[in-house]
Design a protein around this ligand. Sequence first.
Ligand code: ACO
Length: 361
Amino acid sequence: MSDGLEGVVAADTVLSEVDGQAGRLIIRGHSLDELAGRTTYEEVVRLLWDGFFDDLPVDLGPALGAARLDVFGEVTALDTGLLDRTPIEGMRALTARLADGDDLAVALRLVAAPAVFTAAMVRAQSGEAPMRPDPSIGHAADSLRMLRGKPATRAEVEALDTYLVTVSDHGLNASTFAARVIASTRAGLTSAVLGGISALKGPLHGGAPGPIIDMLDAIGRPDNARAWIEESLDQGDRLMGFGHRVYRVRDPRADALKMAVRKLTEGSNAMPGRLAFAEAVEAAALAILKERKPDRSLQTNVEFYTALLLEALAYPPSAFTCVFATGRVGGWIAHAREQLVGGRLIRPQSRYIGPQPRIAA
Ligand code: ACO
């Protein structure tokens, strides 16, 4: 048996290919380089969903805008109990209020949900009224507008689109596998997405970027990096933003997002010196991981520069995982539909290694 199902192929997919040796990601026939920074999130969702819904419009924008308005009605359910939770728990609870089903209307509401509910949670937690969606603008633009209460700049919208496209799909990662297992029982897309959100929130998966900001803040200065990292590893901690189950070389998404951070912050007063500092920490971390684990190539993963990009976009670190879900939800739904169309119930076996009954039956 393979520990953690490493190397096990559990589905055929037309959606994305993660080539761990070459450090390459293909999304529906396009390399990540072709898509990141060049397409909007709506366009990449359209690409992922093509062939999985009969009535898919050529331009998803208007329908997705209408879906944002539609799900905004659920925001009234944000009560003090939910506001005490983390943004991802609050966002998941509101998403769970949406009806289950397998059609396009359900799918669009599920893509709208993380954007609308994350902004509402973050604003409500800081005592501000949730902002009503504007269906006439793009998904990334409205996500930032709902968060801040005012329009974002074009550069910020492009940066968020780049992020959402970059994380939209990534083979059979833990949250996508969870979503596919649920879809295989015919439970419905809402159930599959809720499973995806729940798997994503763990620190070994999509929960890593928030703690990366804590790490950078704790290190404080480049010349502190080595000592801090050594001490953290001596305590048995894992360095967030490094290592990957599939990539044995650098995660290509890390470079796409680093470029996006550079583009967003260069020439502006936003976070002066932050990128150079992060690069110094990254270099120290890679050197130490190489010394300590010479047999396992541990490289920078998507989360490291995710943290910097979302910080530059003024998302609070507590909400970083919600923004990841805002991008990955399009992929979860595509995989759920692919599973429904051509897949069987996913039901592997376990091997019993416990004691046998003392009295034979
Ligand atoms: N820091 C320190 N040590 C590490 C790290 C790390 N980031 N990653 C792996 N290792 C160590 C493991 O402890 C293990 O050591 P051991 O054999 O002495 O126990 C060894 O390297 C091998 O680990 P892998 O088999 O490569 O790790 P695995 O495939 O099980 O886990 C994972 C991959 C969860 C991403 C891991 O690298 C990790 O915990 N990274 C930090 C969390 C993180 O950044 N998560 C986001 C991943 S990207 C995403 O999901 C979107």
